[in-house]
Design a protein around this ligand. Structure first.
Ligand SMILES: *Cc1c(COP(=O)(O)O)cnc(C)c1O
Ligand SMILES: [Zn+2]
Length: 425
């Protein structure tokens, strides 16, 4: 694509409207959060589609074989190729599931299994971009506050690129599997008596002074990288979009990225229509949904967030200001579902042969709810973003399924007669 792409971007403050060029930073002088904007107006959507199509056949493990860097022109054209790190992220399956469609009560439902990413969650799409940007600046210590998946992803890319990582995580309500995965990749993990939100506040205050490259969801490159999820979804559907895309919401970075990515594709004329976004939160951690429901403009954080879906257990999402634009652009809606509804939906997704961690199942629970209240029509189609792998929350598997294992009475030997009783036809 050569010099059609100059790679220039502008950081825009969502608080005071300031436009900052040139200098990299995560917050505006006024304290507002920044969004990265580029001018794609000179680009040819059809040529991009051809380029992205050619790259589909590249070998796994090569930079442009990545499901993030395949779309580099729309994600981070300015980054030098030698700074790009990749574990072959993205390239995840899109599965038509009749069982899940029937559960939601709609005609057609596809599951976009971001759980198939190398560290097991969608966080890899954004983290590949953020760590690459850090590397381009010569940084070699990466840090984040995390409910688990962000830290595992961060630690994986830090290890893979020969850097080190530091993670701050709450002492409780985090899946042990995620923390152990993070440590396994070599991260220094500090657990403390506080929330995810407290950890973010600490890193924002001290990150620079400590020489850390902070990869929280505030980092605009996380959002840029996560846009690849919807680019890939569109490409898998030959650029013909479903009526709805359901996505779970915690820190609200993924929904912002989804909206931004859809906006790019739409403005470039690459997709046939704008799907509506259904953003689903867990009842116990749904401050954004409550604001939307009350048609309010002031965001009231939830001081004591509580949900079994730990990846969404966030009461004060720092980037909530990026989310309304995604809903506005797509005539999106929000919903809040109970932990019980989440676990029921998880059973359906697990049983379908794909599986996911609890937070991801909020998508299916939310679609069902929105179908029941008439927001979604039975003849509409949808895609649900499954954000994390079922093995990420082994405790949830134990709780839900250990009762389903047959235990032979003590002393009774295995025999064909006994085993026959357990064969399902
Ligand atoms: C991070 C995460 C979420 C929430 O995404 P946000 O971008 O924080 O809204 C949902 N599900 C899983 C599995 C996650 O790891
Ligand atoms: Zn500002």
């Amino acid at each position: 694509m050569g010099n059609e792409i100059d790679g220039e971007y502008m950081l825009c403050c969502l608080e005071c409207g300031a436009e900052i060029g040139g200098h990299w930073r995560i917050r505006c002088d006024c304290g507002g959060i920044l969004e990265l904007w580029r001018d794609f107006s000179g680009m040819d959507g059809e040529r991009l589609q051809q380029l992205f199509e050619q790259r589909l056949y590249l070998e796994r493990g090569t930079v442009y074989g990545s499901g993030v860097w395949r779309y580099k022109e729309l994600i981070a054209p300015e980054l030098p190729e030698n700074a790009l790190t990749t574990r072959g992220e993205g390239n995840t399956g899109l599965y038509l599931s009749q069982a899940c469609a029937a559960y939601a009560g709609i005609r057609e439902l596809r599951l976009k299994a971001q759980s198939e990413n190398p560290s097991g969650s969608f966080k890899d799409n954004g983290m590949a971009a953020a760590v690459s940007h850090g590397l381009s600046l010569g940084k070699n210590v990466f840090a984040c506050s995390s409910t688990g998946n962000t830290s595992a992803s961060l630690a994986m890319y830090a290890a893979w690129s020969g850097s080190s990582s530091l993670v701050i995580a709450p002492a409780s309500n985090i899946s042990p599997a995620k923390i152990n995965q993070t440590t396994a990749y070599g991260a220094q993990v500090i657990r403390f008596d506080g929330t995810y939100d407290d950890g973010i506040a600490f890193l924002e205050k001290w990150g620079d002074a400590l020489g850390l490259y902070v990869c929280n969801s505030l980092n605009p490159y996380r959002i840029e990288g996560q846009k690849s999820i919807v680019y890939e979804l569109a490409q898998q559907l030959q650029w013909k979009m479903p009526d709805w895309i359901a996505i779970p919401g915690g820190a609200l970075s993924n929904v912002s990225a989804l909206g931004k990515g859809l906006g790019d594709l739409w403005r470039l004329g690459m997709i046939d229509k704008l799907p509506r976004i259904a953003l689903v939160q867990a009842e116990g951690a749904s401050p954004f949904h409550r604001m939307v429901e009350q048609k309010g403009k002031t965001f009231v954080p939830e001081p004591n967030p509580r949900t079994r879906a730990s990846a969404m257990n966030i009461g004060n999402p720092p980037s909530w200001r990026k989310a309304p634009a995604a809903l506005e652009l797509t005539q999106g809606v929000t919903a809040a579902v109970s932990d019980e509804e989440i676990m029921l939906a998880k059973r359906v997704i697990d049983r379908s042969g794909i599986g996911c961690e609890p937070a991801s199942a909020a998508t299916l629970a939310g679609l069902k709810m929105l179908r029941t209240d008439g927001t979604i029509d039975k003849d509409e189609t949808a895609a649900a973003i499954l954000t994390g792998h079922m093995l990420k929350d082994a405790d949830a598997l134990e709780e839900l399924y250990s009762g389903g294992i047959m235990h032979m009475p003590g002393g009774e030997p295995l025999s064909p007669e006994v085993v026959r009783r357990f064969i399902l036809k």
